[in-house]
Design a protein around this ligand. Structure first.
Ligand code: MRU
Length: 309
């Protein structure tokens, strides 16, 4: 399955807002349509946003647009995932934007395969592993980072059980990660976000593996709720791993300076189309949080497993 494809100078994206019930595609013919797809989370997940942004630059180049101006507009679409900035700058600084976007596209697949291979070393036969949000094929071009680790372990014949946090408010764990695991016959169960601490306290979770939107000095940024999972894992001595490509690294900056995206109150107010609180309720809806380095056992990259810095 490819989340992103480049076909006849158009960008083809799986429409992730329609999953798991419908597998539909959105075609972007100009960079503005790619920005809209990122804004509306048709495409989401740090590596996928980066590659889509790279192709947005390629579309702008083919249309003869001012790439400096376009790059600023694309960078304003979602602030937290470092891959977006990395990809836009890389294409901007290249001689051949279309070719560079295609190189990045292919690199994303081989990087994830390497992360999977490196990460499967920490997975033991019989492990039950918790993940949060969706760091799967849908968050990348293919294969995934955290879910890539599970794919690799499962394909090596290890008997594993995956537990997906629902991941309120947008439900990426329930809608996307469960769907990906089920499609490949990898044993998977869904839990409400609030259940992971209890399950760790009674020894039902052996490891946690999540993705990251940014890896910086002092920790990582990832989907809201990651910090609570990490705190519970630390309390109950459950190893807590982050799987992330080097394109997600922002080595020179403190992770605590990360701009955390604040999303619409409607994501919290409505659940499955129904309002779940009194009219006029005020909402706080940060989309990401920061997990400090001391709560992280290791970071699984394409070059091996490293200690957080
Ligand atoms: O808001 P989203 O769905 O884009 O958030 C995605 C995540 O938090 C992922 O865990 C992260 O981008 C890593 S994906 C390999």
């Amino acid at each position: 399955m490819r989340t992103i494809e480049w076909e006849d100078n158009k960008l083809k994206l799986i429409d992730q807002t329609k999953l798991p019930d419908e597998l539909e595609y959105v075609y972007c013919e100009n960079y503005q349509e790619v920005i809209e797809a990122i804004d509306t989370m048709v495409v989401r997940g740090a590596p996928a946003i980066g590659i889509a942004a790279g192709f947005a630059m390629a579309l702008a180049y083919l249309a003869g647009e001012d790439l400096k101006d376009v790059s600023l507009k694309i960078k304003a679409s979602r602030p937290t995932a470092v891959n977006l900035f990395w990809a836009v700058d890389r294409v901007y600084n290249s001689d051949n934007p279309v070719n560079e976007a295609l190189v990045m596209y292919n690199e994303d697949i081989s990087t994830n395969l390497a992360i999977g291979k490196n990460g499967s070393k920490i997975i033991d036969d019989g492990d039950t592993i918790l993940t949060h949000c969706n760091a799967g094929a849908l968050a990348c071009v293919d294969y995934g980072t955290a879910l890539g680790v599970f794919r690799a372990a499962f394909n090596e014949g290890k008997n594993i059980n995956v537990i997906c946090d629902e991941t309120r408010p947008r439900g990426q764990g329930a809608k996307l990660s469960v769907w990906e695991m089920q499609n490949e016959g990898i044993p998977v169960k869904l839990i409400p976000d609030v259940a992971s601490g209890y399950l760790m306290s009674i020894g039902k979770i052996d490891k946690v593996v999540i993705g990251a939107d940014r890896v910086g000095k002092g920790g990582i940024a990832n989907k809201i709720g990651s910090l609570m999972v990490a705190l519970a894992a630390n309390r109950f001595n459950v190893p807590f791993y982050v799987a992330a490509p080097l394109s997600t690294f922002d080595k020179d900056n403190s992770i605590f300076d990360t701009k955390i995206e604040e999303r619409s109150p409607d994501e919290v107010i409505y659940y499955g189309g129904c309002r779940i609180c009194p009219k006029g309720t005020e909402v706080i809806n940060p989309a990401f949080d920061i997990v400090p380095s001391d709560l992280i056992t290791g970071i699984i990259t394409e070059e091996g497993i490293i200690k957080p810095f």
